[in-house]
Design a protein around this ligand. Structure first.
Ligand SMILES: Nc1ncnc2c1ncn2[C@@H]1O[C@H](COP(=O)(O)OP(=O)(O)OP(=O)(O)O)[C@@H](O)[C@H]1O
Ligand SMILES: [Mg+2]
Length: 282
């Protein structure tokens, strides 16, 4: 088990009668999951992932991260948790503060005890993977939004976390940049087998990549399960202000026109293709 959230209640302001997260329970394995966290704006997604790496501490309940338990009070040595759970923030600016990109990427390894040469070597290696090696001497502040996001991702990946979390990573990227990032995540998952958690409002990303969806609604866990179950429950989607992926919308349009037939709404291109060809999709 990687992360286990047990009866967690969290409020930014303890006097607030309605907590930001209300009695959340879930378990996340450290391998083989691609989890998408979904939910309307303000539903508590970014808050939840900050509890996963102990940037926020629960008011009630506890969070077990590998063999460490984060409780409402008396927590020590939280730093090892941040090495194991790597979180790329929703706003990359929050994460970049050194005067060059290289120093920014080296910060994690140095902070977790690596020697300077080793940190530099790792930073250059990861920069190559993310195609940002030509930015290494630039100050991070005047990069473009997409470049900043890559630097922020590099700064987390360089420490080789056990679980990688990205908060809305495709926002602000052009179509090519978005696809490149998704390819990097796919390759990372294939080569390491490690769990990736992505917060997103992009249902096409969910349809294509998610193995599991977690939906928050006003701080409550409203769904935890497979994407095909979620997207076949139209009432649940509506209740959580979620849309269908494009492929599903096209499929429903064609079905309404009497051009194709299916019982289960397809999510992926190959599923729709199978329906059009008259093959069963599963
Ligand atoms: N630092 C903070 N101090 C006080 N309240 C906060 C803080 N950060 C978030 N909130 C509040 O907590 C609630 C949940 O916010 P959160 O950022 O977790 O939502 P979200 O689901 O990530 O939304 P979005 O999709 O817009 O990113 C919101 O009502 C928000 O206003
Ligand atoms: Mg957010």
């Amino acid at each position: 088990m990687g992360i286990s959230v047990q009866n967690v209640v969290f409020s930014y302001n303890k006097k607030n009668p309605v907590p930001t997260l209300n009695n959340v329970n879930l378990n996340i394995d450290s391998t083989n999951e691609f989890i998408c966290i979904l939910g309307a704006t303000g539903s508590g997604k970014s808050t939840l992932v900050q509890l996963f790496n102990a940037l926020l501490i629960p008011n009630k309940g506890n969070i077990q991260v590998f063999d460490y338990i984060i409780k409402p009070k008396r927590n020590k040595k939280l730093k090892p948790i941040r090495k194991r759970i790597g979180l790329v923030f929703q706003f990359p600016e929050y994460q970049l503060f050194e005067d060059t990109v290289l120093k920014d990427i080296m910060f994690g390894p140095l902070n977790f005890g690596a020697k300077k040469d080793e940190a530099k070597e790792k930073a250059i290696e990861i920069a190559k993977k993310l195609h940002i090696e030509d930015l290494l001497d630039r100050p991070p502040f005047n990069l473009s939004g997409g470049q900043k996001r890559r630097v922020a991702i590099a700064g987390i990946l360089v420490s080789e976390p056990d679980i990688l979390i990205l908060d809305e990573p495709t926002v602000g990227l052009d179509p090519k940049g978005k696809q490149e990032l998704l390819d990097i995540l796919t390759e990372y998952r294939k080569s390491t087998g490690k769990t990736i958690i992505v917060i997103t409002h992009d249902m096409n990303v969910v349809a294509e990549y998610a193995t599991r969806c977690i939906v928050l609604n006003k701080g409550n866990l409203s769904f935890d399960g497979k994407p095909d179950v979620l997207f076949n429950d139209l009432a649940l989607l509506e209740e959580n202000q979620l849309a269908l992926p494009s492929i599903s919308k096209i499929a429903i349009y064609l079905k309404d026109k009497g051009l194709i037939k299916f019982d289960k709404i397809p999510l992926k291109k190959r599923e729709l293709e199978a329906i059009i060809r008259g093959e069963d999709h599963e």
